[in-house]
Design a protein around this ligand. Structure first.
Ligand SMILES: [Zn+2]
Length: 148
């Protein structure tokens, strides 16, 4: 059985840092997942935006999330496409337990490609690469209990 794996070194694109997104990448380096949240209404915001999509307040800050969720959708990819994950790899959107529609584009690792399914409970896992780049990937949540 082939397990989905992350690359051992990163040859893919590197995120451009700016004041809005840098705290996200900083949190990953500490193996914590933090996303922007509105301090006025509590709405989570991802991808990062400078004002709340719900109440338009610009009083937003990064706060930690559980790192637990479920697979919203995915694709098993059998070509490299310059991403340099070992083939096959699984591109997915994971919906976090914190909020309906709070979804992260990511990759699934730690299980066989044919085990991946929509609604599958997953949890965040981290991979550290050169130049301080850490990626947030997701693996099966063996404890389950994402509650979705
Ligand atoms: Zn708000």
């Amino acid at each position: 059985m082939t397990l989905l794996e992350a690359p051992t070194s990163w040859q893919g694109p590197v995120p451009a840092m700016d004041p809005l997104t840098e705290p996200y990448w900083d949190s990953l380096r500490q193996h914590r997942l933090a996303l922007l949240r509105c301090r006025q209404c509590g709405y989570w915001l991802h991808y990062p935006v400078p004002a709340c999509r719900k109440c338009l307040s610009d009083d937003v800050e990064y706060q930690p999330v559980s790192g637990k969720g479920s697979i919203y959708t995915f694709s098993v990819v059998h070509r490299e496409f310059g991403i340099h994950f070992p083939i096959p790899w699984v591109a997915a959107f994971v919906e976090l337990v914190e909020q309906d529609g709070l979804r992260l584009p990511t990759n699934i690792v730690g299980c066989a490609p044919d085990e991946v399914s929509i609604g599958m409970p997953v949890q965040v896992t981290y991979r550290d690469y050169e130049d301080g780049l850490t990626l947030a990937l997701f693996e099966p949540d063996v404890g389950g209990g994402s509650g979705r």
